[in-house]
Design a protein around this ligand. Structure first.
Ligand code: PLP
Length: 359
């Protein structure tokens, strides 16, 4: 039988990767989407100062970006009230999270994370030969402190405000977990701007805390791919090693710097607009007889009886929302991003009609 190849080419792929599906949350059903409320970006757009910086820096793209990214790190540090040696950047906060998993987890180590939470966490764990260990949220949708402390994982991932539930975890719960476990405690604050609070001050007391932030949501730069972490200088240096050089493009660095400095007033104003739209959307959903969860982010999660059916009815009207079937603790739910009120009105009108016809 020598020379007969009985296997397929996929047999050469890493075993743990074989049944991972590429990220594709939105169904490729060919519908034309004219209102996309599925991914929590800034629906007002990007800060004008960032756009101007991209135009002004366009000719710089023939050179590699600076290795040190001093301007960007200084702008981030300034916005956070920390020193620049406490910052590490990456190609989106996804890259920072992935790199941190790799720098603190040896193969086989456990990543404890809430469920439901950010859907990429189990995937990043697996990609880095780590074991993901979901910990159910409490019925109040807070973190289960006892369960995380008992697990004492090498990596504890928390997300506050939590995606997809929308609310902050209680500060006391986060503090107790951080004080009790021996490993690194990552706090994903992708939506912190909309909550107006951060856990970054915990780092001074506990150097194993690493807070991740993104420029993709409030800062309106999702397409540039820019995120960062705040942490103890030794901790962020480890993340930088596993991330590798040149993960932040020169245009992302320029735009990010501008957004955090001259663009900051624009961003703050859009955050206020988003919070305002969020409260009005929440009330409108209640008015339809639905029970939206309280939100500290720029989206609202609404438990429903059949999320896939409802979202397909919305898609038929050109509206995309994120549908979740059978979330732990919650069940089926729709996650609706918040944006300018005219867009919310269109979504509310469509959803109202669909819900009314179904009842
Ligand atoms: C959107 C999101 C991110 C990823 O952001 P990028 O910086 O665009 O990679 C990370 N964490 C959570 C919880 C998110 O919702």
């Amino acid at each position: 039988m020598s020379g007969v190849v009985s296997s397929t080419v996929l047999d050469i792929a890493r075993v743990a990767y074989r049944d991972i599906r590429p990220y594709a949350p939105v169904y490729a059903d060919g519908r034309v989407i004219t209102l996309d409320l599925s991914d929590n970006i800034n629906l007002w757009g990007a800060p004008p100062a960032a756009l101007a910086a991209i135009t002004a820096g366009a000719a710089s793209v023939s050179a590699y970006p600076p290795l040190a990214l001093d301007d960007l790190n200084a702008a981030i540090a300034g916005s956070q009230g920390v020193t620049a040696d406490m910052i590490v950047t990456g190609c989106g906060s996804d890259d920072v999270i992935d790199s941190a998993f790799r720098s603190f987890g040896d193969p086989g180590d456990v990543v404890a994370h809430p469920a439901p939470s950010f859907s990429m966490i189990p995937v990043f764990a697996r990609m880095n030969a780590l074991v993901s260990a979901p910990v159910m949220l409490t019925p109040e949708l807070d973190v289960d402190v006892g369960a995380f402390v008992r697990m004492n994982a090498k990596i504890t991932y928390l997300c506050s405000p939590n995606n997809p539930t929308g609310s902050l975890f209680s500060r006391a719960a986060i503090e107790e977990i951080a004080a009790s476990v021996d490993g690194v405690v990552m706090i994903d604050e992708a939506y912190a701007e909309f909550a107006g609070v951060t856990c970054a001050d915990l780092i001074a007391r506990n150097p194993r805390v690493l807070v991740t932030r993104t420029m993709s949501k409030a800062y309106g730069l999702a397409g540039l791919r820019l995120g960062y972490a705040i942490g103890d200088p030794d901790v962020v240096a480890e993340v930088g090693k596993s991330r590798g050089p040149y993960k932040v493009s020169s245009l992302a660095a320029r735009a990010g710097t501008a957004a955090l400095t001259e663009g900051r007033a624009w961003v703050d104003a859009r955050v206020r607009d988003a919070v305002n739209s969020r409260e009005r959307l929440w009330e409108a959903l209640r008015g339809m007889g639905l029970a939206p969860l309280p939100s500290d982010a720029n989206f609202v999660l609404v438990p429903v009886s059949d999320a896939l059916w409802l979202s397909s009815r919305l898609r038929a009207r050109g509206i995309a929302v994120r549908a979740f079937g059978g979330l732990p603790v919650i069940g089926d739910a729709l996650r609706i991003s918040v944006g300018p009120w005219e867009l919310m009105e269109r979504c509310i009108a469509a959803l109202g009609e669909i819900v009314e016809r179904a009842s």
